[in-house]
Design a protein around this ligand. Structure first.
Ligand code: ADP
Ligand code: MG
Length: 522
């Protein structure tokens, strides 16, 4: 492209760049966004279907999780990529509702396309959508349940987020129990810290064998078989340096001319290695956790001293173990002092099939817990890990943000109705956009109905009517759906999940609708 001004042309873009403008740009962006949203629509709700994603290396992921599907898909279109970001924001902010947010964003785009077709200006759409979203926020606040957030209610919230996620109906309740117990365990004055609940997966047993461990699990076995495997009231040291001779590190050459010299050099090396083990013993350490490797000979000395040592422990595990036990990560074992050391009530090694795991329980400093998630195959386990992760997130978020709302499409219907009735007060054409926003929200209950095999039009009409006189959602239990009170049926979502979905979907849709020029470099 060039600008032919006075004199020489000014080249603004490179020769290879492509440009799409105006309506073409809008249509192309909107179609891409809609297509992406459509791809996850069938996974919404308890009877949503799973997707099998195969990447270029043949790796298979089977999932029902919106954000996972979108991340695994190889999406290149920049506008479509924005929908992936909606799901990612939703996941990082609140941990659940990723399908809801992307499906809503897609529908807001579809409605925006209609509005553009009726010559409503993009800025007016943005204005109307924002006004509708704000009405929606207020309606959500009014929907927050009065009930106290006790364990029973939190279990319901956890179970709602897990339904349809490969947990199996029988197990969801038991897993929800564990999730609530885990969060309660780490809850402090200022709520619960999400990172204190760790999830560790271990293949080889049914999901019903999932258990809560009051501590941290390291995916490691002791460096040597003759080390202790069970230590009570353990003093724990955590280091992040290698335990081997300095020479081995520096790669120096010995310049040796006699057997005596050779022996002297070997002795020096040997005594240096022994000094490490002795220093650890003298500091009173029972369990040594190292982020780096430990030389075989040091390990042998440590074993002689009756010390349980773990080597090459993942960095994140190292810092979590240090946090939980109250140890500081040290760089030099020969200078360990009391302030560096931590403590744990019980450190023990357990065998699971071919793997051995080390449990560090009852840390002196922080109450970290680990959900040891079991599953019969890796695919089952990965999906379960995502489901349980979501459940932990929603319980933390429900506690944090102080509130939950009825699920199963109830919140969306009520919010849409409120927007319709208040849209009248919005001036000009933005009113049309606000009404379109309300219609877009209907996609969520409609999709729930479709995925349950209900007639979507009848279901929506009935659902609206039922909400005039009470509180109603499209409750799925087993094979069929019915219109009933979500709270009574234990279908409850954190208000933060719904709020975030409204916000991030609106943001993405308006951002895409406002673009009227795509300039891409080759
Ligand atoms: P998301 O990625 O948006 O969380 P999900 O597939 O988890 O998508 O579906 C979430 C929706 O399913 C929520 O609106 C929730 O209220 C609803 N839901 C959960 N359990 C039930 C149920 N038993 N009956 C009807 N709706 C349910
Ligand atoms: Mg969910």
């Amino acid at each position: 492209m060039s600008y032919q001004g006075m004199g020489n042309p000014v080249f603004v873009l490179g020769d290879d760049s492509e440009r799409t403008s105006g309506q073409d740009a809008q249509t192309s962006n909107i179609s891409a966004g809609k297509a992406v949203a459509e791809s996850v629509r069938t996974t919404l709700g308890p009877r949503g279907m799973d997707k099998m994603l195969v990447d270029s290396t043949g790796e298979v992921v089977i999932t029902n999780d919106g954000v996972t599907i979108l991340e695994e898909m190889d999406i290149e279109h920049p506008a479509a990529q924005m929908l992936v970001e909606v799901a990612q924001t939703q996941e990082s902010e609140v941990g659940d509702g990723t399908t809801t947010a992307s499906v809503l964003a897609g529908q807001l785009l579809a409605k925006a396309e209609d509005l553009l077709g009726q010559d409503v200006h993009p800025t007016t759409i943005v204005e109307g959508y924002a006004a509708a979203r704000d009405i929606g926020y207020e309606a959500l606040e009014d929907l927050v349940l009065e009930e106290e957030l006790d364990d029973a209610l939190l279990r319901t919230v956890a179970a709602t987020s897990m339904t349809g996620k490969g947990t199996g109906d029988v197990n969801a309740d038991a897993l929800a129990d564990l999730v609530v117990e885990a969060v309660r365990h780490v809850e402090g004055e200022e709520g619960a810290n999400r990172d204190d609940v760790r999830v560790h997966t271990q293949v080889g047993a049914a999901s019903s064998a999932t258990e809560l461990v009051e501590g941290i699990i390291a995916d490691k076995e002791p460096v040597r078989d003759d080390m202790p495997r069970d230590v009570a009231d353990a003093t724990v040291a955590v280091i992040n340096t290698e335990l081997e001779t300095r020479e081995a590190n520096a790669d120096v050459e010995y310049n040796i001319t006699s057997v005596d010299q050779l022996n002297a050099a070997l002795d020096a090396e040997e005594s240096e290695l022994r000094r490490y083990a002795e220093a650890v013993r003298d500091a009173g350490v029972d369990v040594l956790v190292s982020q780096k490797s430990i030389d075989d000979r040091v390990a042998a000395y440590l074993a002689e001293e009756g010390i349980l040592a773990l080597e090459s422990v993942a960095k994140s595990d190292v810092s979590d173990i240090a946090n939980a036990t109250g140890a500081t990560v040290a760089g030099d074992v020969t200078e360990l002092d009391d302030a560096d050391l931590g403590a744990a009530e019980h450190v023990h090694v357990e065998r699971f099939g071919e793997d051995e795991l080390t449990f560090i329980e009852g840390g002196a400093d922080a109450s970290s817990v680990t959900l040891l998630v079991r599953g019969s195959t890796d695919h089952v386990l990965s999906e379960l890990e995502r489901a349980i992760g979501d459940a932990v997130d929603v319980v933390v978020v429900a506690l944090d943000e102080e509130g939950v709302v009825p699920g199963a499409g109830c919140a969306e219907i009520v919010v849409a109705d409120r927007i319709r009735s208040e849209a009248a007060s919005i001036e000009g054409r933005a009113q049309l956009a606000a009404e379109a926003f309300a219609d877009a929200l209907d996609v969520l209950p409609r999709t729930l109905a479709e995925n349950t095999g209900m007639d979507p039009i009848d279901a929506l009409v009935d659902l609206r009517a039922a909400n005039e006189s009470g509180r109603a959602g499209l409750i799925t239990s087993g094979e069929h759906g019915e219109i009933a009170d979500p709270v009574e049926h234990g279908v409850i979502d954190p208000v933060a999940v719904k709020r975030e979905a409204l916000g991030s979907a609106t943001e993405a849709a308006t951002m895409i609708a406002r673009i009227d020029d795509i300039i891409s470099a080759e």
